[in-house]
Design a protein. Structure first.
Length: 174
């Protein structure tokens, strides 16, 4: 599975949401997520838990660069029992890097997942995930992301290269 992603700091979630609503009739889905990241030799491995106890195990590879970038990922959907067991196994075998707690407002604009995230301890962010079809190349996804960045008034200086967990762990080191 592949998508093209960007992440950006935002000052006014309400302003971005009003811009998003101009581009879609999609209703907002609010998702509370608790992501636990585990140590792996490369890429990122996280267990995402939802409010009902279910979750997803995600492994992804993405460069830490500014602007639209390719992300290759694998995902397994887990029920609450599997989620709890896998968390224990991965913590014991790999070690835990840390956790990210966030409330995500999800909107769909065509093939793009638009997230307005409030991340505990970090603040507000906007993410675009242009979900690529098998027939689409990365350039097509990058063009879609760039177009949405313009429409949503995302400036280059607002872009973030790394994952939320990197921001949290670098903050705790300082």
């Amino acid at each position: 599975m592949r998508n093209i992603e960007i992440k950006a700091n935002i000052d006014s979630p309400e302003h971005k949401i009003s811009k998003i609503k101009q581009l879609t009739d999609d209703e907002c889905t609010i998702i509370e997520q608790h992501d636990t990241f585990f140590k792996v030799p490369e890429g990122r491995l996280k267990l995402r838990k939802f409010k009902d106890g279910s979750g997803e195990l995600l492994y992804y590879m993405r460069t830490d660069t500014m602007g639209p970038k390719l992300c290759n990922y694998e995902k397994a959907v887990l029920d609450s029992q599997a989620c709890a067991s896998i968390a224990k196994i991965l913590t014991a075998s790999n070690g835990c890097i840390g956790t990210v707690k966030k409330t995500r407002k999800l909107y769909m604009i065509d093939q793009t997942r638009v997230h307005v995230d409030n991340v505990e301890g970090l603040g507000d962010f906007l993410e675009l995930e242009v979900v690529l079809t098998d027939e689409q190349d990365t350039e097509t996804g990058e063009k879609i992301a760039q177009d949405l960045m313009t429409k949503l008034e995302i400036k280059d200086q607002d872009l973030i290269a790394c994952a939320y967990i990197d921001l949290i762990t670098s903050k705790s080191v300082v």
